[in-house]
Design a protein around this ligand. Structure first.
Ligand SMILES: [Mg+2]
Ligand SMILES: [Zn+2]
Length: 96
């Protein structure tokens, strides 16, 4: 599944509810799920880490739908297959 297909799927299932909730409350849900991911990482719970990553991503996609942002397009612009800073296919930027 491409990112765009995933975004369309999330939109079909949740966009009506997402619009009722609104952008700011949807943003709060992203923060909530990032908090859950942070907890899972702290506990080093591998299964939960994967699940919480999925939650963070799904809520991010919901927010993108509310802004009519094509997330696949945005990702490909910023991450075109090489590092935008050093221009290398395998980043050679300073770690700082
Ligand atoms: Mg969660
Ligand atoms: Zn780089």
């Amino acid at each position: 599944m491409e990112i765009r297909e995933f975004q369309e799927m999330i939109g079909r299932i949740y966009e009506r509810r997402d619009r009722e909730r609104g952008k700011e409350k949807t943003m709060l849900w992203i923060v909530e799920e990032v908090g859950e991911l942070s907890q899972a990482v702290r506990k080093d719970n591998l299964r939960n880490i994967g699940e919480e990553m999925a939650d963070v991503f799904a809520w991010l996609v919901s927010l993108a739908n509310l802004y009519n942002i094509d997330l696949e397009n945005e990702v490909k612009k910023k991450y075109p297959g090489y590092c935008l800073r050093c221009g290398k296919a395998v980043c050679e930027c300073d770690t700082s």
